[in-house]
Design a protein around this ligand. Sequence first.
Ligand SMILES: NC(=O)c1ccc[n+]([C@@H]2O[C@H](COP(=O)([O-])OP(=O)(O)OC[C@H]3O[C@@H](n4cnc5c(N)ncnc54)[C@H](O)[C@@H]3O)[C@@H](O)[C@H]2O)c1
Length: 442
Amino acid sequence: MKVIRIVQSMTDARTIAPASGRLGILMPGLGAVASTLIAGVMKARSDGSDPIGSVSQMAHIRLGTREENRNPLIREFVPLADLNDLVFGGWDPLSPNALEAARTSGVMSDADLAPLSGELEGVVAMDAVFEQRWVSRIDGVRVKEETNKFEQAEALMADIERFREENQCDRLVMVWCASTEAYQEASDVHRSIDSFEAGLKDNDDNISPSQIYAYAALMSGVPFANGAPNLTVDLPCIEELAKREGVPIAGKDFKTGQTLMKTLISPGLKSRMLGVRGWYSTNILGNRDGEVLDAPENFLTKETSKLGVLDTILQPETYPSLYGDIEHKVRIDYYPPRGDDKEGWDNIDIFGWLGYPMQIKINFLCRDSILAAPIVLDLALFMDLANRAGESGIQEWLSFYFKAPQAGPAGPEHDIFIQQTKLKNTLREWMGEQPVTHSEAG
Ligand SMILES: NC(=O)c1ccc[n+]([C@@H]2O[C@H](COP(=O)([O-])OP(=O)(O)OC[C@H]3O[C@@H](n4cnc5c(N)ncnc54)[C@H](O)[C@@H]3O)[C@@H](O)[C@H]2O)c1
């Protein structure tokens, strides 16, 4: 019998506007993560250093069947902004500029910073929309004078336009790299655009600074990604606004460190149907992020984001005997001597054949901002791509980068390997290529 294999390699490609001109990356929060991103991009531009950890810059993407042997770099396959065309800006209530932020955070060595110091100093922080009730451990000094929240939003929109003009940017994206705000649940004021705008004018207590930045970004046609776990774009009013204005949004909480490990290990255990009885995670962290998270109301925001991961990957309702009774604990302790070099310990109690118990111990000595910086770069470039591809609203295909991915009604996907496939297949489809299914046929 003759087997006929039909290979259909092309679908209809999206019309994507070219990445011509300059792309401005605006970051509320010029702290450790933002300054490490900016310095890293400047270093890559000046001495050709590899942007390690950046999927948009370093990863290849397979096209068609394996026999076709087409495997370009992602950045050569999709029209992304070039690193040489990026301009950086931001707001911060403490850091005066990116150089001071980099020195204070101590992530990069003086030797690495020295050749970039003039350029880093040129990234000057704009005055922040800041309210201490949301970040009790920070006493902001470079803060906007406006006290009415609607006027604060207008002031941010004016900043955005001024930045666009002064830096001759063709396009802008905003990525929240500021401190984690105190825990909050959505309230009435977040129900719709109308109620949110009324709340801004009435100085509603439930509107946090990050929500004001998001509103200002979307009203200015600027895509917004949220790198922290606070309630910012995962709100009905902001989702409605993103759709109305035709702008992409994504969140939340960069997936680095311990949660990255969790989303690498747990799908592996599940793929072999090994049971999990308990997962105890603890961290020590000595940077400003650690200090902010030392306040219980801010830690609660982080804890909620970190705890959601296991349930979604392990599906206890589908596999009650394997994952129905997991003790999952997450701790973070502020320990100043450690600086940005976080240390995480995981103790995982698993069980196998006949219920026999086993243990896995992970001790991850990571550098938080070194892991986060390439994520900010990828998010900025991909959010800009999505905008040029005519996308608006939640960008689920970027779940790969987040601890608590914002998703549609079906809920988030946490398994990093499924997230990676979704990201790459989305790019393939936009460019008129067939998704790769990894089936025997291809
Ligand atoms: N580094 C990681 O691996 C990682 C992972 C996930 C999430 N995050 C989140 O990313 C954020 C940044 O982390 P970091 O290590 O750079 O922290 P950081 O403390 O070094 O920097 C945060 C900066 O935000 C500023 N800030 C606070 N409120 C602000 C406001 N309203 N407007 C503008 N700026 C404001 C602070 O002054 C500070 O300079 C944190 O929320 C952190 O939880 C980091």
